[in-house]
Design a protein around this ligand. Sequence first.
Ligand SMILES: [Ca+2]
Length: 567
Amino acid sequence: MKKTLCIVLLVALLLPASLVAQGSKESAAAKSTVEYTPVGTFPIVKTPITVDIMVAQPPCVEDYNTNRFTKYMEELTGIKVNYIMIPEQAATEKLALVLASGDYPDAFLGFGVNNTLETTYGAQEGLFMPLNKFYSKEWMPNMMKAFEEFPGGIGFMTNIDGNIYSLPRLEGCYHCSNQAKLFVYQPFLDKLGMKMPTTTDEFYQVLKAMKEQDANGNGKADEIPLAGSIIGWSDQVERFLLNSFIYTDLDTNINANADDNVGYMMNNGKVDTAVNKPAFREGLAFINKLYKEGLLYNGSFTQDSSQLTQLVESSAQPVVGFAAGGWRGQFATIGGERFNNFRAIAPLKGPKGAQYSVAFFQNPEIGELVLSSDTKYAEAIMRYFDFMYSPEGTLLQRNGFKGEAWDWAKSGQVGLDGKPAVWQQLKLWNDKDPQNDTWIQTYTAAMTPSLKNGLASKPMTQDNPEYYLPGNNEKTLFDETFNLYKPYEDTSVEVPVLKYTAEESEKFSTVKRELANYIRQSAVKFMVGSLNVNDDKVWNEYVANLEKLQLKSVLDLMNTAYARQYK
Ligand SMILES: [Ca+2]
């Protein structure tokens, strides 16, 4: 298999560029004959046209030119695409070769052209066409509608020169969008006769009761009311708890990215930070109190997820009351008694009313379709691909044909979100075996949260004994997120992904890293008490150090980048 791929790759690379691009020259000559129908109608052209698109070919698609979905698109739109197939492993290399050759196809599909390459080939060399005009409801109504479910998505697509050079792949992980979750071992609450806490005060009372009233009933004071880990997928207790005081997107793991999850937040349209605010200090003080009183496991700021799982699982009797994590599998053995009995809890209301779910933006995948700047068929190609961002276009491209692989939902069917289902799956999605019906791996499509959650599913409620079992995991993840976390999400306070010029990156990368390290380490020290959070002198010195480490310059830089992309 590997050998065959190598040969294919070699042939593709040796193919003269002139041969590859022949089609586009013919097409260019035929320009005068193109007559378009009104935008939003099909076919797109009154007389058929042919365009050349180079496509990165995954092993699961036999031939893009004879593929049934490709044929469907041709019949629908009147646009014949001559797909020039490049094995996906060779795509990036081939892109560079073709762009250096001077002979280009009309477009490149599925090359996943990253931000750096968009800057090089788009902003600097002008080889990619700016697509700003097409990012409008007039031109691409389906894509623009899908973007409504990806907050900040269009800004994310925007290059530092203000242009947008590509069409995206849109697919969001719904439950990941509020991944800073906390779970409680329900049998402990039942034993103590206590309700799910809803405020930080109630939470404190439950922790104390777990510790002092033998929640596991073995006669020993062996309970660990609250535990997390510092290395793991949102296993940090503070990621959940600080948000009862101020909106805080902070990952205290020292190895986390220096740009994201460093406590930055939007404040009245400006990039700001939580980490120098009095409310942040109050949050740290609350956690420090839990730590000092032995309610919070003292290994929480040094251990990783597997050690946390050992803590939850290894004792004969359950000991851990609350555990932090992106889902139950972060701290419990999937399908085990403990896994099956942990329940997600909603963000707690803090003493001053703060109650947030951290928003984790599900960003588009950039660079899935780029146009050569000299193509004569930009309008046709954009309209052709816009169809694929509709629910129907996405399902046809990804799953297969209506009535065979999927269908619209029947009345009475219920989606993952408990609302009337949008669609039902008739055949399991499979990207392992080569086939020629669909494209399977979508490039230009929108599996939006509403479409994903609109998949018909077996209705099951929480009183069903199977509800919390692994087989129902997708539904459990959805319900927890939808019912407990979404109501407390405010996407306007989360800082979207920011892009920097090469000069800015060079100037600030060390500064940002040092600042992030200081913020993360200081937060941990305040929580465990090696820095006294209740001592004004210590706190003021910390705030002064943030300034010394150029917090203001970093915020100014972020605001410059924000204005460039999102205003
Ligand atoms: Ca006990």
